[in-house]
Design a protein around this ligand. Structure first.
Ligand SMILES: [Zn+2]
Length: 195
């Protein structure tokens, strides 16, 4: 049975447009790599490592530190007391993963997703709170589109670039390139064009 998507109608097309718009604003081409740190700066979202953000010796620092060490924690978006959004990310992850982590969090910000206050009626520490499933799916799609635009993917495939080369060009993992190829259906489009 095919996995049913929770994405609203038109979401994918909008996400692809959004990814192109940001590149335009930052004066780069659709097929150029876009750095997550630069996009965060453009959106005025400060990005911190947990060490920069939490004072050493605090409970929070210990908690996040433990999660960092087991490599399971990627990034989170937080709203500060002054209502500013900030991102705290795992600076120990590979650069390619840092990029996708950041793009994912920025996608939540761009979509203006809100964290549910409680999760199954249990108040969780903020870093353990999940977005609901639909919002998560939206951030996965938009985040990956921000990293590799559909047009940029077609550009690369037309140049007969290998998956690894495309990954390197976009500072992305090969898994991300494969995900984009599959979720955008670009191969079908290219074979239709006889390419
Ligand atoms: Zn998420």
């Amino acid at each position: 049975m095919a996995k049913t998507s929770l994405l609203p109608r038109g979401f994918k097309a909008n996400a692809e447009r959004t990814a192109l718009e940001f590149r335009k604003k930052l004066e780069i081409e659709a097929h150029d790599p876009l750095c997550g740190f630069k996009l965060a700066e453009h959106l005025s979202i400060p990005v911190y490592s947990p060490e920069e953000f939490f004072s050493p010796g605090t409970d929070m620092n210990d908690l996040v530190g433990t999660k960092l060490k087991d490599n399971g924690w990627s990034a989170l978006t937080m709203v500060t007391g002054t209502n500013k959004k900030i991102i705290i990310h795992n600076h120990l992850h590979a650069p390619t993963r840092q990029q996708s982590n950041l793009m994912h969090e920025l996608a939540h910000v761009i979509c203006d997703h809100k964290h549910p206050e409680t999760h199954r009626n249990i108040a969780l520490p903020f870093f353990m709170r999940d977005y609901d499933k639909q919002h998560e799916e939206e951030a996965i799609y938009l985040g990956s589109a921000l990293q590799i635009t559909r047009e940029g993917l077609i550009w690369a495939l037309k140049k007969r670039m290998e998956i690894a080369e495309i990954a390197e060009h976009y500072n992305a993992s090969t898994a991300m390139v494969t995900l984009r190829i599959n979720s955008t259906g670009v191969k079908k489009q290219l074979s239709y064009l006889g390419l």
